[in-house]
Design a protein around this ligand. Structure first.
Ligand SMILES: C[S@@+](CC[C@H](N)C(=O)[O-])C[C@H]1O[C@@H](n2cnc3c(N)ncnc32)[C@H](O)[C@@H]1O
Length: 182
């Protein structure tokens, strides 16, 4: 995918005055530098079950899948409601320990503990996903994308989830909340 400057999509802000330092394929794909961070976290945490909501074109799914392959154990289940995008993501992840499910993230019950989750689906569904998966997330690390002050996800997280999280707000262009689930 051709990389563009994140500043094509996100203006400078108080928390992130230089969005041009980051790169991305388009306005939906996570910033490349954040994709690399999450891949590195999967290497550091050595999870067995990883969940991503919102596969889109599979850029983050591929990064997580490569990390899991390098770990030598663990799998990613990633959800995408758009059939065409689910197929694009499947192709990006072939030969990796990744299952791309063409279904809503909300129509799924985890089979057991989720060791790491990347919540990046619809703006309205991320908080619902957390609430639905919560019994399977206790003690685990999660990332929620688009939590910069200009994104509505931030206010939803603050209003509904903060009592169950030990958070770090990363000042990336679109914002990332990394947290341990209490
Ligand atoms: C911001 S994009 C995901 C970007 C991707 N995670 C990445 O890092 O490149 C959001 C995607 O979530 C999908 N989506 C929205 N609501 C969903 C849901 N409830 N379940 C599964 N996918 C959903 C959309 O179709 C879209 O492709």
């Amino acid at each position: 995918m051709r990389r563009r400057l994140e500043s094509d999509f996100t203006p400078p802000s108080d928390i992130c005055p230089h969005p041009e330092y980051w790169h991305t394929g388009d306005c939906e794909t996570t910033e490349q530098e954040v994709v690399e961070l999450i891949g590195a976290l999967v290497r550091a945490l050595q999870p067995e079950l990883v969940v991503e909501t919102g596969s889109y074109k599979g850029v983050m799914s591929e990064s997580i899948g490569r990390a899991l392959k390098q770990n030598g154990h663990g799998r990613l289940i990633t959800f995408e409601i758009d059939a065409v995008l689910a197929e694009v993501a499947r192709r990006a992840c072939r030969r990796l320990p990744v299952e791309v499910l063409h279904q809503s993230s909300l129509a799924w019950t985890p089979p057991g503990k989720i060791d790491f989750a990347w919540l990046d689906s619809g703006i309205e569904t991320r908080v619902q996903e957390f609430e639905q998966y919560y019994p399977f997330l206790k003690g685990s690390i999660i990332g929620i994308h688009d939590t910069a002050p200009h994104h509505p996800v931030r206010a939803q997280v603050k209003a509904r989830l903060l009592d169950r999280l030990s958070p770090i707000w990363l000042p990336t262009p679109r914002g990332v909340l990394l947290a341990q689930v209490l």
